[in-house]
Design a protein around this ligand. Structure first.
Ligand code: SF4
Ligand code: SF4
Length: 345
């Protein structure tokens, strides 16, 4: 049964009809698992907040293809997208909903531990780190259940580690990575703050051997901005790690991506992070609009869209996109929000 309260919480009108012709692949090819074991048929639980089952109570085989899973799939196939959060989903917001290619699970996104060695103000108010106790025990239990399922799964699959915390700082993700099966059909994608990569990656060689994508979230392109926004991080250390990743990327061939969440304190460094991406041989630099996760007391102060200085920097980024013409720079949520604000005025 649909949990209407959840949709009300996110302001999602479940009677809408967005009349989208493309059929979004995510409800068919993606399962996201959160730290309570709830599974979602989308990249982000706040985009499609209805759970399709809980891994504490059922197996992944029972959850995938369940009645609720099929119900959510139907809501994109019929074009209404009535359960999707049009205020947050970056595909809908940027008018770039993808079209289903092949049905069947191809992405498993793990958000089973929010432990991190940093406490970025855009993400959390306090340090979160589970090394023992109920949250840690549950995380390990979920990790073991997922690994058991991976042992029996024979189709090509990408496991994405690190939607909520840092894969190398988290003891739950370390446990997962050390015990995950070595199988040719399973590839990995990692999103990290990058600070512990150099020291830890050698402990999980089978993950690195099968790494398809390494993303580093770095919201500053200077020491001052970086150390203000990535609270607890050290500029020198992150650069040392980026250098190591750049060398490893050449040897292993994984995709290397920098992520930059654009906000009041760093928009003036958007061009600089693109320079850093070029300097470290990244494949892509993603500039994304900041979202309100309820952790900032003054989120409204992040409204930079009317600032002439912000518009000047964004125009400069857009010029770089046109000059390169190769999708090295991606910023659809910035461009669509800019257009939305312009139409509103
Ligand atoms: S359209 Fe967006 S919210 Fe809906 S299923 Fe696809 S990715 Fe998720
Ligand atoms: S590094 Fe990422 S997971 Fe860790 S606190 Fe910052 S934003 Fe959150």
């Amino acid at each position: 049964m649909i949990n209407q309260r959840l949709f009300d919480h996110y302001g999602i009108d479940t009677t809408k009809d967005l009349k989208i012709a493309n059929i979004c692949p995510r409800p068919y090819d993606t399962v996201l698992i959160d730290k309570r074991g709830s599974c979602y048929a989308c990249e982000c639980h706040s985009w499609l907040p209805q759970s399709i089952g809980n891994l504490q109570l059922k197996s992944l085989n029972e959850i995938i293809g369940s009645n609720m899973h099929q119900h959510l799939q139907g809501s994109v196939t019929d074009g209404t997208y009535r359960f999707c959060n049009e205020h947050q989903c970056s595909y809908i917001r940027s008018d770039r909903v993808l079209h289903v290619q092949r049905k069947g699970i191809q992405h498993l996104r793990l958000a089973i531990d929010d432990s991190c060695n940093l406490r970025c103000p855009s993400c959390r108010k306090n340090m979160i780190f589970h090394k023992q106790g109920p949250s840690f025990n549950l995380g390990v239990k979920l990790a073991d259940k997922i690994n058991d399922w991976l042992h029996g799964f024979d189709h090509p699959l990408q496991v994405h580690i690190g939607s909520d915390g840092d894969p190398f700082a988290s003891h739950v993700y370390r446990h997962f990575m050390k015990n995950t099966p070595v199988k040719g059909n399973i590839k990995y994608s990692i999103l990290t703050n990058g600070l512990m990569f150099k020291d830890f990656h050698y402990q999980v060689p089978h993950i690195i051997d099968n790494l398809q994508e390494l993303g580093v979230s770095i919201d500053g392109a200077s020491q001052k901005t970086y150390e203000k926004l990535r609270l607890g991080g050290k500029w020198e250390k992150v650069n040392e790690n980026l250098e190591h990743m750049a060398e490893l990327k050449i040897k292993r061939g994984f995709r290397f991506i920098l992520h930059f969440v654009v906000q009041k304190d760093n928009y003036h460094e958007m061009e600089k992070i693109i320079d850093m991406g070029e300097q470290y041989g990244a494949d892509r630099v993603w500039l994304n609009r900041i979202q309100d996760w309820g952790t900032m007391d003054d989120f409204n102060s992040q409204d930079i869209w009317q600032l002439e200085d912000f518009k000047r920097h964004l125009n400069s980024v857009i010029s770089r996109i046109h000059q390169r013409n190769d999708r090295f720079i991606e910023c659809p949520t910035l461009i669509s929000e800019g257009a939305r604000r312009k139409n509103k005025n």
